[in-house]
Ligand binder design. Structure first.
Ligand SMILES: Cc1cc2nc3c(=O)[nH]c(=O)nc-3n(C[C@H](O)[C@H](O)[C@H](O)COP(=O)(O)OP(=O)(O)OC[C@H]3O[C@@H](n4cnc5c(N)ncnc54)[C@H](O)[C@@H]3O)c2cc1C
Length: 348
């Protein structure tokens, strides 16, 4: 059993860019005073353990890393490191018996060949605060353990997401599931005013329905007030919720590969990018392999590969001769950065 101490041992006291000395919100105002106090207390304690720990991750343990306008991701706990992946892959050898170059090579090999179970040996627990529409996308990842803030039990804060002006865009014309041109200044201002006004109004009505003041007393003594589980139903998708989310490294990489991809919606991508930063602190070798073989890689179909081989042999290849769809061809020529010389440019 590890002992809690209040010594400066370990990394909890080290300065981290963008993080206050006490490790709380870093002055971002993301947390309640109670949460700030709790984090301060947690970060003042340190433990002795025989398990391996990761200094760079210890530095940001419990600290809210800001995302969007009111959201954050905090690392609450973790288990394992790059060494645990290597150890599982080698099964019988302990860590430290191989040179780090070998570890990197082995992790690259595992990633390249989708030998995924060694990555399942590591786990991480995050506290995430996110808008409800992001949570709806996030929850589709079924391989995590989730415990969400209960708006049946507690009152939600007046916190709703309003996009930054540069993220207000029109419907995309080619990819029907995405965004296209950025809105002009005037239209963007109107959109922001509308979003803010509607959200404020919805929250005001929520509090009226609850009929409960911040002090817990009835706002209007003449009314009973509506149950929390019902009062919330008129709030919109941009209101924030929170959850604890625990997942193994393999499935976390799967999450980041889907939600950190440029096809994912900007808002969930913002969270995936913060998680990618966390991954780089936690498992730098695995992260490097992931960036190389997954996030920065591109999957070419058999037809696409045949087309590339013909191009490399010096042939001028037209899409019609490849059996590929317009969409596939567009993606392949874009990723290969081919100009019109190798094929058509279509807008289908
Ligand atoms: C850009 C983008 C657009 C999307 N658009 C839509 C959309 O329009 N509509 C929509 O409904 N969803 C949409 N999704 C969600 C998507 O279809 C997946 O549900 C989501 O990305 C989770 O992926 P997953 O199932 O692989 O992940 P996880 O749930 O984490 O599962 C990981 C893997 O485990 C296996 N697995 C887990 N649970 C089961 C199970 N019960 N049965 C079988 N295998 C299982 C599967 O192999 C799966 O790939 C979109 C996702 C992205 C990234």
């Amino acid at each position: 059993m590890a002992d809690a101490t209040t010594s400066a041992e370990g990394s909890a006291q080290e300065a981290v860019p963008g993080v206050a000395d006490d490790g709380a919100s870093g002055g971002s105002g993301l947390l309640t005073p109670e949460q700030e106090a709790e984090i301060r207390e947690l970060r003042q304690a340190s433990y002795q353990t025989r398990r391996s720990t990761v200094t760079a991750l210890e530095e940001i343990l419990y600290v809210p890393l800001p995302v969007l306008d009111h959201g954050f991701v905090r690392v609450i706990d973790y288990f394992g490191d790059d060494g645990a992946v290597v150890q599982a892959a080698r099964v019988s050898y302990g860590r430290g018996t191989k040179r780090s170059r070998d570890d990197a090579g082995l992790i690259n090999y595992l990633m390249r060949h989708r030998h995924s179970s060694p990555f399942e040996m590591c786990e991480i627990k995050l506290h995430v605060k996110l808008p409800i529409f992001v949570a709806r996308q996030w929850i589709r990842h079924r391989t995590a353990n989730v415990n969400e803030y209960s708006a049946r039990y507690s009152i939600l804060d007046r916190e709703f997401y309003v996009p930054a002006t540069e993220n207000l865009a029109a419907q995309a014309r080619v990819n029907r599931q995405g965004r296209g041109d950025i809105l002009g200044e005037g239209e963007a201002r109107e959109v922001l005013e509308l979003l803010r006004a509607e959200s404020e109004r919805a929250y005001d009505r929520y509090r009226v329905l609850l009929n409960e003041g911040d002090d817990g007393r009835l706002s209007d003594p003449e009314r009973t007030g509506l149950a929390r589980e019902l009062a919330r139903i008129n709030l919109s998708l941009n209101f924030y919720t929170q959850w604890y989310w625990k997942i193994d490294l393999h499935n976390l990489l799967h999450f980041v590969s889907l939600r950190g991809d440029e096809h994912a919606q900007y808002e969930i991508r913002a969270y995936a990018n913060v998680i990618l930063d966390i991954l780089q602190r936690w498992v730098p070798l695995t992260s490097a392999a992931f960036l190389d073989y997954r996030l920065g890689a591109y999957n070419i179909s058999a037809k696409g590969l045949a087309a590339v081989r013909r191009m490399l042999a010096g042939e001028r290849v037209e899409r019609e001769s490849t059996g590929m769809s317009s969409g596939e061809w567009r993606e392949l020529t874009t990723v290969l950065r081919l100009d019109g010389a190798q094929g058509e440019t279509d807008a289908a």
